[in-house]
Design a protein around this ligand. Structure first.
Ligand code: SF4
Ligand code: SF4
Length: 238
């Protein structure tokens, strides 16, 4: 049975999370040392991290088609965004790509998408949410770590937050959430250690940059601070 009282603040949890983080940082650093800092290498590292995740506990209330949480701001690392963008570009048809670009630019034009309150008050949905269909994520297998981490033990709480357009404490398995989220922090930290302009960015704003500037990926990998307009917060790991 899942222990919901086991918070990331407890000593055992902190040790566990620190160990997972250190291992992930070591694995990622070794991979980048041997194969170079390129998007396919980052994709391979992310794939490895995703495969190492434990499944969401069955007691969570999350179900297919439930998507109140897909109306919130998503914070990601730049490497995640690069990998997701390049995978979308590789897999989508030209029409599919144009459709997604249109949706991203439309969302971006609706207001200050880097502000969490914009999402809550406007009830704006993520451009990857299939609102014309089954309310599923169009990039489910590629979704960012923060989307994988977010879950709830009570759908009614999620719905209340959406209905009231306000921040609300969603009951969750805190260790699960912290354990998944840490991979995004690891990607931020390892990129920063290599001298890149690395910080947490708004997912949709960062994608807008990539969709409208073909050179953005390459320039970032060369050390340029091209994602500064998408920056939302510094992430500290301790
Ligand atoms: S976090 Fe909440 S809104 Fe999102 S899928 Fe789970 S229950 Fe539904
Ligand atoms: S990327 Fe997918 S899971 Fe994440 S907020 Fe958007 S629709 Fe939801």
């Amino acid at each position: 049975m899942e222990d919901t009282r086991f918070s990331p603040e407890s000593d055992r949890a902190r040790i566990l999370l620190a160990g997972t983080r250190d291992t992930a940082m070591k694995q990622l650093s070794q991979l980048l040392d041997t194969r170079g800092f390129h998007v396919p290498v980052l994709a391979s590292a992310m794939d490895r991290f995703v495969k190492s995740l434990v499944p969401l506990p069955r007691a969570a209330a999350c179900n297919i088609g439930c998507a109140w949480c897909c109306h919130l701001r998503v914070g990601v690392s730049i490497p995640e965004t690069l990998v997701i963008f390049h995978e979308i570009r590789a897999q989508a048809t030209p029409e599919g790509l144009a459709f997604l670009k249109h949706r991203i630019l439309k969302t971006s034009g609706r207001g200050d998408i880097l502000d969490e309150n914009f999402w809550r008050r406007s009830r704006c949905h993520c451009p990857f949410l299939d609102v014309d269909g089954a309310y599923q994520c169009l990039i489910y297998g590629l979704r960012p770590f923060s989307c994988r981490a977010f879950h709830s033990l009570d759908e009614a709480v999620c719905r209340k937050g959406y209905d009231q357009g306000m921040e609300i404490q969603v009951p969750c398995f805190p260790l699960y959430r912290a354990g998944v989220d840490l991979y995004s922090s690891v990607l931020i930290q390892v990129a920063a250690q290599r001298g890149l302009a690395s910080f947490q960015v708004g997912f949709i704003r960062a994608l807008e940059i990539l969709f409208t500037d073909d050179t953005a990926s390459e320039h970032w990998l060369q050390g340029e601070n091209v994602f500064l307009p998408a920056k939302i917060a510094e992430v500290t790991l301790d």
